[in-house]
Design a protein around this ligand. Structure first.
Ligand code: R5P
Length: 251
């Protein structure tokens, strides 16, 4: 899964300033693309048949200290009308708005059941990235599964298999902020898959890289072909170009 929904609270995120220019070249290599309805309407041509994971939670911006005060921004009827394949909502376990986001999730799952729409929960941590350990993520993923989601997106962490073992629905991992090297990204994806994740929902470590197509091809090989970190690096090196993506995106 290719995550491109960051603008819903981060605005024109670096290298996602013009969503169409960032997303379109990557669509042929993505199983699913995660976006908001605004980006779906404006920036993804209907000619593409890549399944859409629609972000339906929001209500805060990065300017606010507390990112947990989210509601549902897009109705289930609208998701059906947009012909998306699944909807996604963030929960903020352990925050001031824990209850609110969990009840949002319950409502979304109820509506999803009515319309036949799968729901993915995102175990969001807002600005508190240090929260991402196996104890916290196990708790958050399990709660999401108990509420009835079909899929959970969480972060990779030490002892990740504990998170997977405690969660009776499939898990995909986010990439998080851009890592230092491509190898770090391949290791994250590879280890997550080894330890039980069914895939990734990755954004910045793909499209903030100077060679986003090479990155998505390498990550795709890890997910679909069980490529090793070394094989993924090889795929990346074979596909990278010398042309700067900054120029391509802003051309
Ligand atoms: C946050 O905006 C979203 O949940 C992202 O879809 C998620 O964090 C995955 O993107 P990244 O790999 O950039 O963390």
């Amino acid at each position: 899964m290719l995550a491109c929904d960051h603008g819903y609270f981060m605005g024109p995120t670096h290298r996602l300033e013009n969503p169409r220019k960032t997303i379109e070249p990557l669509l042929p290599y993505a199983d699913t693309v995660a976006v908001t309805r605004g980006v779906l309407r404006t920036s993804i041509d209907p000619k593409w048949d890549t399944p859409i994971l629609l972000r339906v939670s929001g209500g805060t911006s990065v300017l606010h200290e507390d990112l947990s005060d989210e509601g549902i921004t897009t109705s289930m009827r609208e998701a059906v009308r947009l012909n998306v394949s699944a909807v996604a909502l963030s929960i903020f376990v352990g925050t001031t708005h824990e209850k609110q986001t969990l009840l949002n999730l319950g409502k979304l799952v109820d509506e999803g059941e009515e319309f036949g729409m799968p729901v993915m929960a995102i175990t969001a941590v807002g600005k508190e990235l240090e929260k991402r350990d196996s104890r916290y993520l196990s708790l958050a993923c399990r709660i999401a599964a108990e509420i009835g989601v079909h899929l959970v997106k969480t972060y990779y962490c030490e002892e990740f298999s504990k998170v997977v073992n405690g969660c009776p629905v499939p898990i995909v991992v986010a990439g998080g902020p851009k890592l230092n090297t491509e190898t770090d990204v391949f290791e994250l994806a590879h280890n997550a898959l080894e330890e039980g994740a069914v895939g990734v929902d990755m954004g910045r470590n793909i499209w903030q890289n100077d060679n986003p197509i090479a990155m998505i091809k390498a990550i795709r090989a890890i997910v679909h072909e069980k490529a090793s970190v070394r094989e993924a690096s090889q795929i990346f090196n074979e596909n990278k170009t010398t042309r700067s993506v900054e120029n391509a995106i802003h051309a």
